[in-house]
Design a binder for this molecule. Structure first.
Ligand SMILES: [Zn+2]
Length: 423
């Protein structure tokens, strides 16, 4: 190869990958290890990879809808212009508040999908403490023609079925519903549970009204064995995503720590949000903002729980319930939480003050109020005092409540508009 030809090829490689309409044609997948303990935290780059297509948003790319507990920003290395930014929460940040983190250093997998930049770009990842102060940040440079960016093959995809297809992945919000703990022989049960998930979500407003903004795809990943691991009963199961109860030694806490495996399994299927359905009858679930929802299917509370957890993982909503005993330092009197459905009254003007009638007392006594009365009710975010919720009841408070409260509904609708706003 002559030098000139080589230069020409290099130049071709560096041609902008963006299409004429400004949309990325490829995805840059970035895998990190978030590591540390209660004292010190670190972020390390694990691997870069790339695949065809971009299912993420192509509007409002340079701003965040919600603050989150962390964010990742892609900026052009030459001009500093923000090309894409996204916020999230992580299990790692929850773990650093546990007793275990005082005596041991651990690492947690995290994967993010970014539009492939046309030229060299800087990626900055930031994590925040509960008081919104920075915990740790990490910046690295990515060149799109770096030969060590692994090129993933999208031709061999996991078995999947579309349950709702409203349009192209570039324009719609793509939700993957993933099987965990289902054998090949049980897969029809999974597809039925996935359909029930979609039906439950769309039975809640504003999801039902705005269903044409969503694609839902069920991904039938087969497991070698049925069910998931239950360590406190000594039971370990060969399930495809290696999920287990007893996360952080809490018996009912079911999670998967295998984020790289999860994203590997989804390669070739357009996805932005992930709901994992675990094949067990034990009640449980969790939702991590812009990471995943994981919930159990074979129990009577499945429908309200999966919608509640999707409220966390899709919309970044907080729990509106409280424990009688204080549950650690989740929220602080001098910090307004970023979650849209709770307040410490530190900066209530940013929340649902505009939705209250002028004569609503703040705080609002629960006694004598109607279930539909909007107000500022004490007890939310696990804390019986000092954190307030908008409504006596809500999908984010109890399994019995039928709907999201009006403040949660507005927050979800704003987010859907943010992701899918017309150009
Ligand atoms: Zn609510």
């Amino acid at each position: 190869m002559t030098h000139r030809l080589f230069s020409l090829l290099l130049a071709l490689c560096c041609l902008p990958l963006s299409a004429q309409n400004g949309r990325a044609e490829k995805t840059l997948r970035v895998d990190y290890q978030f590591a540390g303990n209660a004292e010190h935290q670190y972020i390390a780059l694990s691997e870069l990879s790339s695949f065809k297509g971009w299912a993420g948003r192509s509007v409002n790319v340079d701003s965040l809808a919600l603050h989150g507990n962390g964010d990742i920003t892609l900026a052009d290395a030459r001009t500093g212009r923000t090309l894409y930014t996204h916020s999230f929460s992580t299990l790692f940040q929850e773990w650093v508040t546990t007793d275990e983190a005082r005596s041991v250093t651990r690492s947690f997998e995290n994967t993010f999908l970014l539009p492939m930049p046309a030229d060299s770009a800087r990626i900055t990842v930031r994590l925040y403490h509960a008081n919104q102060q920075e915990m740790v940040s990490f910046t690295h440079t990515v060149c799109p023609d770096d030969i060590l960016i692994r090129q993933l093959d999208c031709r061999q995809t996991a078995p999947h079925r579309y349950l709702l297809r409203s349009g192209s992945p570039a324009e719609k919000i793509d939700v993957a519903i993933v099987a965990e703990g289902y054998t090949e022989g049980e897969m029809e049960q999974f597809y039925a549970a996935a359909q029930e998930t979609v039906d439950a979500i769309l039975a809640h407003e504003p999801f039902g009204r705005l269903k044409d903004r969503f694609n839902f795809v069920a991904v039938g990943l087969p497991s070698a064995q049925s069910g998931v691991s239950v360590p406190h009963e000594g039971s370990w199961t060969q399930s495809v995503l290696s999920s287990h109860f007893s996360t952080f030694y809490s018996d009912r806490y079911l999670t998967t720590l295998r984020l790289f495996e999860l994203h590997n399994a989804l390669t070739g299927i357009p996805y932005e949000h992930i709901i994992i359905l675990a094949n067990t009858e034990t009640y449980g679930g969790g939702g991590i903002y812009n990471s995943y929802t994981l919930t159990t299917v074979r129990n009577p509370k499945f429908r309200p729980v999966v919608v509640h957890e999707f409220g966390h993982s899709f919309a970044g909503l907080a729990d509106e319930y409280a424990y009688n005993d204080a549950y650690g330092d989740c929220y602080f009197a001098d910090v307004e939480p970023w979650e849209q459905n709770i307040t410490t009254l530190f900066d209530f003007g940013r929340k649902w003050q505009d939705m209250l009638s002028a004569n609503t007392p703040v705080p609002t006594p629960v006694e004598g109020c109607k279930p539909t009365d909007l107000g500022v009710y004490e007890g939310a975010g696990y804390m019986p005092r000092g954190v307030y919720r908008p409504s006596p009841d809500c999908r984010m408070r109890t399994n019995e409540c039928k709907d999201f409260c009006p403040v949660c509904q507005r927050a979800i609708e704003r987010l859907i508009q943010f992701y899918t706003q017309e150009d």
